[in-house]
Design a protein around this ligand. Structure first.
Ligand code: S3P
Length: 176
């Protein structure tokens, strides 16, 4: 297994948080949740940051925390779904580790996120059509950033963890 940082990216509900935690546990690696780092430093929830200070303010935090976190190595970083919006973040991740894109269909995504109120981007747009639209809008950026892509539809967390491990190996990142 690689000793580079591993960044999990993907749309909201693609399983980044769950898979990162399981992956870190399986392979004994530290896991950081970028959103949690922002919340800890800012002192407000993501929802309140968006409400009170707006999206750009949140995106500034996101870029800043990403740079701070990537100082070390051998860390699993679970990124927020919007991390690829800024080109600079993609560069930061590419320079400092390996990028795993988790994918899910709009229907699966909807099923995973529909009862949650924590994602300001989906507030008032909690439906498959909007999710698909936003996914399509971001698809190019996700694809451009990804070193490997892992599908999650219909798979258990354990299966996704195995698939991630195998794709990292196939990509030649095998020095543990
Ligand atoms: C966002 C995704 C969220 C969070 C914020 C914005 C996005 O993270 O960073 O609500 O723009 O896709 P998750 O992907 O972990 O839900």
């Amino acid at each position: 297994m690689t000793n580079k940082n591993i960044f999990f990216i993907g749309f909201m509900g693609s399983g980044k948080t769950t898979v990162s935690a399981a992956f870190g546990k399986t392979y004994g690696k530290q896991v950081l949740e970028l959103d949690d780092e922002i919340v800890a430093r800012d002192g407000r929830s993501v929802r309140v940051i968006f409400e009170e200070s707006g999206e750009e303010y949140f995106r500034d935090w996101e870029s800043r925390m990403l740079r701070e976190i990537t100082d070390g190595s051998d860390t699993i970083v679970s990124c927020g779904g919007g991390i690829v919006i800024r080109e600079q973040n993609i560069r930061t991740m590419k320079e400092n580790g390996f990028i795993v894109l988790l994918k899910a269909s709009p229907e699966t995504t909807f099923e995973r996120v529909k009862n949650e109120k924590t994602r300001p981007i989906l507030n008032g747009h909690m439906n498959v059509e909007y999710i698909e639209q936003l996914m399509n809008k971001r698809a190019h950026a996700y694809q451009e950033a990804a070193d490997v892509v892992v599908e999650t539809d219909g798979k258990s967390v354990e299966q996704v963890v195995r698939d991630v491990y195998e794709s990292i190996h196939r990509a030649g990142q095998s020095s543990i």
